[in-house]
Design a protein around this ligand. Sequence first.
Ligand code: NAP
Length: 268
Amino acid sequence: MKIAIFANDERLSRSVSQKLRQKFEDTHFIFDEKSPDIVVTVGGDGTLLSAFHKYSALLDSVRFVGVHTGHLGFYTDWRDDEIDDLVISLQSDNGQSISYPLLDVRVTYADKAKPENFLALNEATLKRGSATMVADVYIGGERFERFRGDGLCVSTPSGSTAYNKSLGGAVIHPNLKVLQIAEISSINNRVFRTLSSPMIIAPNDWITLIPARESDYLLTIDQNSFHSKQVSQLRFKISKKSIHFAKYRHMQFWQRVQDAFIGSDYAN
Ligand code: NAP
């Protein structure tokens, strides 16, 4: 089995990653940064997002395992003091995995002939920095509304607990292959009207945004930002690709949500 370790820059993550490396060497795993079978991330959910983007060309063959050096995350299962158990689990690996849906984003620019395609694990957002963003929203090819406000966020089920949740979006179990669109500060008054509720979009529908002709858009794909783009159209759909996690233990999704947002000590 070929392994790559991907750690963030925190002191604890660097030291855990060194210990892991030593343990993998002692147990004769092969290190392969370029084409690993398993990518072990050390850090938080943000670290796993970065590893996902680094290895997004290998999604069909690679599985991810997350070790957290802070709090339990949505993409990280192992505590930093459990790396012995993790190495033992990897030694008896039989290919078990759990897969989460991804978001396909196709961006067409006013000043470029060719559209660009991205994959997002959490979400993509379109915002306008200096003034109100105006964009027509289409669902499944039909015009739904004209949005005015700061921006729009389209998220995956596993991304529903990230930015989407801060925007009042619903938390969605990652077994469901749906997309969610949430508004970022829409303008609603007697003249301008939007639905003002997050929408959950069926797997066979797609979302299209046609923003007004402006040049100061900010497009984000997970933690990556692309400034001052003349975006003429954005199209979102559930990708045919998925991210695969090596699952040696399984924590229920709702238990994870409770741990992250409510805390197990909470009682009333
Ligand atoms: P960051 O700004 O350093 O951290 C964002 C926080 O989101 C971190 O606490 C991170 O957890 C957490 N997070 C990431 N993915 C998550 C998920 N699927 N469910 C629940 N929490 C999650 O940026 P980053 O670490 O590079 O992460 C980029 C993400 O930040 C974006 O994809 C977006 O979802 C999120 N974001 C949120 C807001 C907001 O809530 N207002 C604004 C911008 C971006 P860890 O501490 O475990 O890394």
